[in-house]
Design a protein around this ligand. Structure first.
Ligand SMILES: Nc1nc2c(c(=O)[nH]1)N[C@H]1C(S)=C(S)[C@@H](COP(=O)(O)OP(=O)(O)OC[C@H]3O[C@@H](n4cnc5c(=O)[nH]c(N)nc54)[C@H](O)[C@@H]3O)O[C@H]1N2
Ligand SMILES: Nc1nc2c(c(=O)[nH]1)N[C@H]1C(S)=C(S)[C@@H](COP(=O)(O)OP(=O)(O)OC[C@H]3O[C@@H](n4cnc5c(=O)[nH]c(N)nc54)[C@H](O)[C@@H]3O)O[C@H]1N2
Ligand SMILES: [Mo]
Length: 670
């Protein structure tokens, strides 16, 4: 992103036209980054709560007062009967920069001896799935996509969540590729594809196995690739036999002939590109689903060619020196809390995982009061009078309303950082374009100063952001040789030391224990899981939980609204557009409930409820409801959002969330 500055004020943001992947355009949200940065509601001074928790009543205090008082509270807890483990950090995707998201903050909590946080809220299930099959969350290069002859957008709303991939999809299509979308919802992405396969949520692994069934039955597999680069091909073939298209059609809701046609198209393609994404792994069997789909390109040998293969992410290619940044050795032996289970962690005496109750919560780069599952439990926890909460933020979010102290943080325009990517192969430097607004400080600086106030000694707290940047880059990893301080300073971004396009598994080279693509996984067997690809059902598949499904028959998907970035940008008028939370129902489901377009409805289950405006359209398959998210509770009519209904259950591997594995009922409000 290029920022134009006049007299110290940023006046324009635009994409870098020279960037090979983002190619000069910004997404719908970041286009509004100036409106966000200079928003009248921007937090510019430290605040101390005066009203009841959740009311959002605060007074301005000085940095000195805030930091001094926070340090005293944290010190008292650390020196108290439960020790520093009673302090829990909570952070995720507000910024994903190496400096502002995982450097000084981690040092601070490690040196303090706070509980650790397992940062699972987004992608761990899928990452584990990839790791089990190919060895790492490394896949095909989107820059090879123009060479594909079949593009499958699988569980991803590309035009909304990965807009920069779209030009590559179009180039593939111009070269003759067919573009298929597999999604329970006919998203704006599905609208643009040649075919939409409206799958029942959580059943993708069965579809992938059925494709393999057809591929093996019709001899479309690549026997040479299978023999040289895979482990367990015969066992996989036998497993796939158990997934014939006729029975898989019933499970997935995709007609038998369409499964067979997709399998044939895939088997006959030379370089099919499977863009698997995070939507499909937000289910009980999410890791197994990704693992299973990731087997397909090895069955057909598509990994051999540019444009062939599967991509969940490219993130594991980026090997910044996280140990130098985070200093894990500073931490004593402490418990780890899964961030998905924040509701339990704040409301159960042993934080739900053993050990002391959580007495202090320090939130940065996250808005858990809106984004974490089982929101009622989260809010019950945040409401506790004996919980000391500090929130580092740009805005007075749902979470900030429950804080004892709110500390104003800088935005991307105001601080240094360096970023990995998860859809391409370029590292990016973030240089400050403008001075911090008001009294805002970068996260790094806030934790630096807190460390001094707490007397945490000399554990790298004197390092400035330039030193942190150099430490991030101090790695000997072969893919990082191009990512140097000088190159970043000169160009702003730089490609990893990999060819263009990068074809990671053309000659095997899998990083699994066997060095093969592991259809058979001894590691999964050791974990007590099925060592072979399989369909692992979602927790709330109606036919498996008939008692629940009788009360709550609809599978709710609360994936991102086009104009929001998780819960970021929700307070930006030009992006919220006076809209309200919506829920889309299939006409048949709507009619059965007497719900008409535009009606006010309540979406609910035993965990909670939220009010929404009904949209009636065949954009969702029957039995599925769609509530684009993630709304700030406080910006809705009734104060609630979709996470009132989601559960704290975790995925089969990786401890990930199951946001879209969620049965609800919808009724008119009367
Ligand atoms: N505009 C915008 N862009 C974003 C974000 C945002 O909030 N807004 N968030 C960013 C982040 S943090 C992430 S992780 C990514 C997420 O972006 P994606 O990886 O694309 O994931 P989701 O948007 O969660 O879901 C994508 C699609 O999966 C579908 N889906 C749900 N369940 C299933 C299933 O069982 N099977 C299949 N086949 N499909 C299913 C949903 O209907 C949805 O259309 O986007 C990033 N980009
Ligand atoms: N129902 C439902 N729930 C979901 C999802 C879903 O699709 N449906 N998506 C899930 C996914 S994929 C993810 S990744 C999570 C995301 O959840 P979060 O990680 O909480 O991300 P955001 O909601 O974007 O909130 C980030 C906050 O960080 C702040 N922030 C940004 N930059 C900085 C900074 O430099 N310093 C500080 N101190 N603060 C900053 C922003 O102002 C914002 O309020 O939500 C998950 N929750
Ligand atoms: Mo995410």
């Amino acid at each position: 992103m290029i920022t134009t500055v006049e007299d110290g004020r940023a006046v324009r943001v635009q994409g870098d036209p020279n960037h090979p992947f983002t190619a000069g355009f910004l997404c719908a949200k970041v286009n509004r980054y100036l409106e966000r940065t200079y928003h009248p509601d921007r937090l510019l001074h430290p605040l101390k709560r005066v009203g009841r928790k959740g009311r959002g009543e605060f007074v301005r205090v000085t940095w000195d007062e805030a930091l001094h008082d926070i340090a005293e509270h944290l010190r008292a807890i650390a020196d108290g009967p439960h020790g520093a483990q009673a302090i829990l950090p909570y952070s995720y995707a507000g910024t994903m920069g190496m400096l502002q998201a995982q450097s000084m903050d981690r040092r601070f909590f490690h040196a303090l001896g706070a509980s650790k946080l397992d940062r699972t809220i987004c992608s761990t299930a899928g990452a584990w799935g990839m790791r089990m099959t190919v060895g790492a969350n490394i896949g095909a290069d989107a820059e090879g996509m123009p060479d594909s002859d079949l593009v499958v957008l699988w569980g991803t709303n590309t035009l909304t969540s990965n807009a920069h991939l779209w030009p590559f999809v179009l180039r593939a299509r111009e070269n003759g590729a067919r573009v298929v979308c597999i999604d329970p919802i006919r998203t704006r992405t599905a609208d643009q594809c040649d075919e939409w396969l409206p799958i029942r949520p959580g059943t993708d692994a069965a579809l992938a196995l059925s494709m393999m069934h057809v591929i093996f039955a019709e001899g479309l597999q690549d026997d040479d690739y299978l023999a040289r680069f895979t482990l367990g091909a015969d066992a996989l073939r036998a497993r796939a036999e158990q997934y014939p298209p006729d029975s898989v059609a019933i499970l997935t809701g995709i007609p038998e002939e369409r499964i067979v046609a997709l399998a044939r198209a895939y088997g006959q393609a030379k370089a099919a590109f499977l863009r698997i994404n995070y939507g499909l792994q937000r289910h009980g069997g999410g890791a197994m689903a990704v693992r299973t789909i990731a087997c397909l390109p090895a069955v057909t040998g598509h990994w051999r060619r540019p444009g062939g293969g599967a991509q969940l992410s490219t993130s594991a290619n980026f090997k910044f020196n996280t140990a130098a940044l985070e200093r894990p050795e500073l931490s004593p032996d402490v418990r780890t809390v899964n961030m998905i289970r924040l509701g339990d962690a704040l409301t159960l005496p042993d934080a739900g995982v053993g050990g002391p109750p959580v007495q202090a919560l320090v939130v940065y780069n996250s808005n858990p009061a809106a984004v974490a599952p089982d929101r009622n439990r989260v809010l019950a926890g945040l409401r506790r009078d004996d919980l000391f909460t500090v929130v580092l933020e740009h805005f007075q979010t749902d979470t900030a309303d429950y804080a004892d102290y709110v500390l104003p943080a800088t935005t991307q325009l105001e601080h240094w950082d360096v970023h990995f990517a998860y859809g391409h192969h370029y590292a990016t430097l973030n240089t400050p374009a403008i001075a911090p607004l008001g009294e805002c400080k970068p996260n790094t600086q806030i934790f630096r100063e807190l460390a001094v106030h707490l007397g945490l000694g000399d554990a790298g707290f004197a390092d400035d952001d330039d030193a942190l940047l150099r430490q991030a880059l101090s790695t000997t990893d072969p893919k990082m040789t191009t990512v140097t301080y000088d190159a970043l300073m000169a160009h702003g971004w730089v490609r990893l030391d990999v060819p263009t396009p990068y074809v990671p598994y053309a000659e095997g080279g899998f990083t699994t224990p066997s060095g093969k693509c592991e259809f058979y996984s001894a590691r999964m067997e050791a974990m007590g899981l099925d060592p072979l690809p399989a369909f692992t059902p979602p927790y709330e598949l109606p036919e498996l939980v008939p008692d629940v499904a009788e009360k709550y028959p609809l599978m709710l998907i609360s994936s991102p609204r086009h104009q929001f970035l998780n819960s970021t940008f929700v307070n930006i008028a030009s992006l919220r557009l006076d809209a309200e939370p919506e829920v889309t129902l299939h006409p048949t489901d709507a009619a059965a409930r007497g719900i008409e377009e535009g009606a006010t409805v309540v979406v609910f289950n035993d965990r909670g409820a939220f009010t929404a405006v009904a949209r009636v359209a065949d954009r969702v398959r029957e039995g599925v409801a769609w509530a684009p998210s993630i709304w700030w509770g406080k910006l809705t009519r009734d104060g609630h959002n979709a996470n009132e209904t989601t559960s704290q259950r975790t995925t089969d591997m990786g401890g990930g969330p199951v946001y879209y594995d969620n049965l609800v009922e919808v009724t008119p409000t009367g």
